[in-house]
Design a protein. Structure first.
Length: 141
């Protein structure tokens, strides 16, 4: 989606549209248009050379130019495997696991995930987020 919007900015810019005109056409803020026009302009000479010498590499350069830059940030606290194990646990009936309740709650699921060593700690809210993201409910039928 982002590549499409950014490509449209560049195409409109190549038609000598002003940033204000592009902003009105696309409903995008002028700073965003300036950012992508400048980023594209910075590699324009490379793109022209690549198109002449190795055209098969052109698309990769355009995609790289119009993609988001790597951002710093905190790495995820839970691995995909841990999330998958919690979701898999939520799909099992508690009675079949020998547990004294018939339906999962986020709190009971949290406690069981910690007991089984899936995670060392996790909040009820985080368990709920995992299930909501995957569109699961804590009570299997």
């Amino acid at each position: 989606m982002h590549l499409k919007v950014r490509s449209e900015i560049i195409l409109l810019a190549s038609q000598v549209q002003t940033n204000n005109a592009i902003g009105r056409i696309m409903g995008i803020h002028g700073e965003t248009i300036t950012k992508w026009r400048n980023r594209y302009a910075a590699v324009e000479a490379e793109l022209i050379t690549t198109e002449k010498e190795t055209p098969r590499k052109l698309l990769a350069i355009i995609e790289k130019t119009l993609s988001d830059e790597q951002r710093s940030g905190k790495s995820p606290k839970f691995t995909d495997e841990q999330v998958a194990c919690i979701i898999a646990l939520s799909l099992q009936k508690p009675e079949e696991l020998g547990l004294p309740f018939s339906h999962w709650t986020p709190s009971l699921l949290r406690d069981e995930a910690i007991k089984r060593g899936i995670v060392t700690s996790i909040s009820d809210m985080q368990v709920s987020r995992f299930l909501k993201r995957e569109r699961f409910k804590t009570s299997p039928s």
